[in-house]
Design a protein around this ligand. Structure first.
Ligand code: ZN
Length: 435
């Protein structure tokens, strides 16, 4: 989750969305549902060439829907908490639900367990447990569509049964309350990665967006990493300071994951990774999962926000008025309201092709085996053209158009993540066997 700048997805048919996008969205959706030739032709004639810019080729569609697409970071969990959201029902807001995951060919999703880093102690543990339960309950209610998975093999098995695999990641080490027993309990409940920090330092690790207090990881922080290795819980270095990253890289026996980080060389956010970090992460087998948040994709967007801090204050005030303390609502409304500001010309419009730019840069730096997808859906501000999970085939289309081979596209879509998971599992087995 990355709503330092609020967050949210817009309604499916927003008033102000340009005709071309509106039509192509309907067209894509209806095509999959079996659109009649008459409607198809009339949609084409309406928008002419604009359709082809947004259309998915047969080759891309085939490749996309035969691949296992894995997204390692989604904040939809927050929406489960007020009891009104049902994962099985198509929602008019936000980015993720079962119908839209199916439509976009999303095969495995890591639901983020997140609370703000200022909440610590037993309350942080309690709230994490409530969220873990909420994810498990949503999955339990939809047994025909989605199944809890904890390993790479279980993701493949879910796929064989035509189901979406649901996984969990704890976003912020503050939720273990400096207790390895709590970490072990989360692992037993199915959590398969933990982000060492969120935006604030923990008692044992420095964050990228806080003042350094520990010079990276403390001795206990290193114990946390070792215990995660033993448990087979991926060490997630999104959000951590550069020094914490290097400490974790040195201590960890298993590859690291950046579950939702983009490239600092393109957009200078402390949360993004430098080229050197991406190289060093890859050299030890890890993967960077590109984050779709506009403030991490686009330097122009970042600069515009910085140049006018009053805008963020105004957006946050609007969000608080609508949502109060309801964090799920804040995430969704933040993105929607930000989109309104873009429509009014107050913030720059960021296109989804920036995601492709970051993927391509990371591949050039790290190699094709070390890059994947970590959207931050339902927890950040999405670019135009990537409003929800139904848009995911556009990534496959764009990568093919850029000249990526089909096997390389499959790696980016999910195979790299599955490889990192399998490697983390192997290290865990070996440590438990005393090797
Ligand atoms: Zn985050």
């Amino acid at each position: 989750m990355d709503r330092t700048i609020h967050t949210l997805k817009f309604p499916l048919f927003p008033r102000s969305i340009p005709l071309t996008i509106y039509v192509s969205y309907r067209e894509g959706k209806m095509f999959r549902a079996g659109l009649s030739a008459v409607l198809w032709v009339s949609a084409l004639s309406l928008v002419g060439l604009a359709v082809s810019a947004d259309a998915i080729s047969e080759r891309a569609r085939k490749l996309h829907f035969s691949s296992i697409v894995v997204d390692t970071h989604d904040d939809t969990t927050q929406r489960f908490l007020d009891g009104k959201f049902d994962l099985g029902t198509r929602s008019a807001s936000g980015s993720i639900d079962i119908p839209r995951m199916k439509e976009g060919g999303l095969g495995a999703i890591f639901f983020s367990v997140w609370i703000p880093s200022r909440i610590t102690g037993p309350e942080a543990v309690n709230r994490a447990l409530v969220q873990i339960d909420a994810v498990r309950e949503q999955v339990r209610k939809h047994p025909n569509d989605i199944v809890l998975a904890t390993t790479a093999a279980e993701i493949r098995e879910a796929r064989e049964h035509g189901k979406i695999a649901a996984l969990m990641g704890v976003e912020g080490g503050h939720m273990i309350n400096s207790d390895l027993g709590v970490l072990r309990s989360y692992a037993a409940l199915g959590v398969r990665y933990m982000t060492l920090t969120h935006t604030g330092n923990t008692e044992w690790a420095d964050a990228s967006t806080d003042k350094a207090a520990h010079n990276g990881l403390t001795d206990f922080g290193k114990d946390v990493v070792r215990e995660m290795n033993r448990l087979g819980v991926m060490v997630d270095i999104s959000h951590v300071s550069d020094k914490t990253f290097y400490d974790a890289l040195e201590v960890s026996k298993a590859p690291l994951l950046a579950s939702h980080s983009s490239c600092r060389a393109i957009c200078d956010a402390a949360r993004n990774m430098t080229d050197q970090m991406i190289k060093d992460l890859a050299a030890k087998g890890g993967a960077i999962q590109i984050n779709y948040h506009v403030g991490f994709l686009s330097q122009e967007f970042r600069d515009a926000e910085k140049a006018n801090p009053e805008l963020n204050k105004a957006i946050n005030a609007d969000v608080m008025k609508l949502c109060g303390e309801n964090e799920g609502c804040q995430l969704i409304e933040g993105d929607r309201i930000t989109r309104e500001y873009v429509e009014q010309g107050k913030l720059p419009r960021v296109d989804f092709t920036r995601i492709i730019e970051h993927i391509d840069h990371a591949v050039k730096v790290a190699g094709i085996d070390h890059v994947g997808l970590g959207s931050d859906f339902d927890g950040a501000n999405m670019p135009y053209g990537m409003e929800d999970a139904t848009k995911l085939p556009k990534i496959t289309e764009a990568l093919l158009q850029k000249g990526y081979s089909e096997s390389d596209v499959k790696k980016i879509l999910g195979e790299n993540t599955l490889r990192v998971m399998a490697e983390v599992e192997r290290v865990s087995r070996e440590m438990n066997a005393g090797k």
